[in-house]
Ligand binder design. Structure first.
Ligand code: CP3
Length: 334
């Protein structure tokens, strides 16, 4: 059994380290492949290259876990929306069409994403047995934000659009959750050891809708993973003090802190869960002394509890890989 899996199952076992977006633009070896593959969706659908990218940070840093190279927006892609990634801009999706969306079926969906499952399968075979292979999905709310273009800017949603389409949105969320279950199942069957559920925009959910848009759909996905005996890690980014309610209601095996959460608060309030991450990825732009000081805050806070070292969001493209290397060594020597 891989390390992360053991930690999540048996909470006394050794600690581990990996990073969100560890396979990405801050690595020159990724940028080289990316320059040769202009179409990001096609890149995600190339099982061989996707596997190679997933293993790049493992080769370079010997991290404890690999995360499969794909994107949360591959699900809307498989459900018929065109997805384009433009450099330094938010990804763009073609206009959502409810009729077309409802016309999807599970067989076609799985077939479209088959290259992702193949990538998981070959990566699991190439990865050291002691290391975990993490698969992931976007939570329904976060996918909805992109699918319906609900974001006004990084801090606001278009509430009138949300309220105007209430009934429609209930139906979309419902269907979407079913496809996400299928995507999780397919990834587990392909060899994934752990499932991370990214709810990157849960901070934008109006308070009165938290149950409907966050707690319920995340619970359903966590429960689904439990039926396969595969641990899940939730990342309800931006929930602030509602992280506590989230943890009590959703009961994931692991929870990823974002950089706004105070680690000491989390230690007190988040019970019966393995905590992961928390440190602001921007800290990696600072001097080694400052990086070590900040990392110490997290390592100290969680030294007596199972803790997976990671960040409070993904590694940023301008991060110096040498600083990542030094941080991993600092953590391991601590
Ligand atoms: O290393 C890994 O973490 C595995 C691969 C991975 C990617 N995206 C590759 C990627 C994972 C787990 C994701 C998750 C993802 N994608 C999330 C949830 C986590 C988060 O960051 O909040 C979200 C919201 C997306 C949607 C998305 N994909 C955005 C907003 C963007 C553009 C801006 C950005 O953050 O990079 C992407 C593109 C993307 N996904 C890149 C990579 C390596 C960069 C693409 C490029 O090279 O142009």
């Amino acid at each position: 059994m891989s390390n992360l899996n053991k930690i999540l199952k048996n909470k006394n076992l050794c600690k581990s380290v990996w990073f969100m977006r560890q396979a990405g633009r801050y690595l020159p070896e990724f940028r080289k492949i990316r320059n040769e593959n202009k179409n990001f969706v096609e890149l995600c659908l190339n099982s061989e290259i996707s596997s190679e990218i997933s293993l790049q940070p493992i080769k370079r840093f010997d991290l404890d876990s690999a995360i499969i190279f794909s994107d949360i927006l591959m699900v809307p892609y498989a459900l018929g929306q065109e997805v384009t990634f433009i450099k330094n801009k938010s990804p763009k999706l073609s206009e959502f069409n409810f009729k077309k969306f409802r016309n999807n079926n599970e067989k076609e969906f799985s077939k479209k994403l088959d290259p992702v499952y193949k990538a998981i399968n070959i990566t699991r075979k190439r990865l050291d047995i002691k290391k975990s292979l993490i698969s992931f999905v976007g939570a329904p709310w976060t996918l909805l934000i992109y699918m319906l273009d609900l974001k006004k800017d990084n801090n606001k949603i278009n509430t009138s659009k949300l309220n105007k389409n209430k009934l429609l949105i209930d139906q979309i969320l419902n269907d979407l959750t079913q496809y996400l279950r299928l995507h999780i199942k397919n990834q587990i069957n392909a060899g994934a050891d752990v499932v991370q559920i990214f709810d990157s925009w849960s901070g934008l959910i109006p308070n009165e809708n938290l149950t409907k848009f966050s707690y319920s759909p995340n619970s359903e996905l966590v429960k689904f993973c439990k039926t396969y005996n595969v641990p899940s890690i939730c990342f309800p980014k931006g929930l602030k003090e509602n992280y506590e309610t989230f943890n009590n209601l959703v009961k994931p095996d692991g929870i990823n802190l974002d950089y706004e959460i105070d680690p000491l608060w989390a230690k007190k309030k988040l019970k019966d869960v393995v905590i992961q991450g928390g440190m602001d990825p921007k800290v990696l732009y600072k001097s080694s002394i400052k990086i070590h000081r900040e990392a110490t805050k997290y390592i100290q806070a969680f030294k007596d509890t199972p803790y997976i070292f990671n960040l409070g969001h993904g590694l940023l493209p301008e991060t110096d890989p040498d600083k990542v290397d030094k941080l991993i060594k600092f953590y391991r020597n601590f």
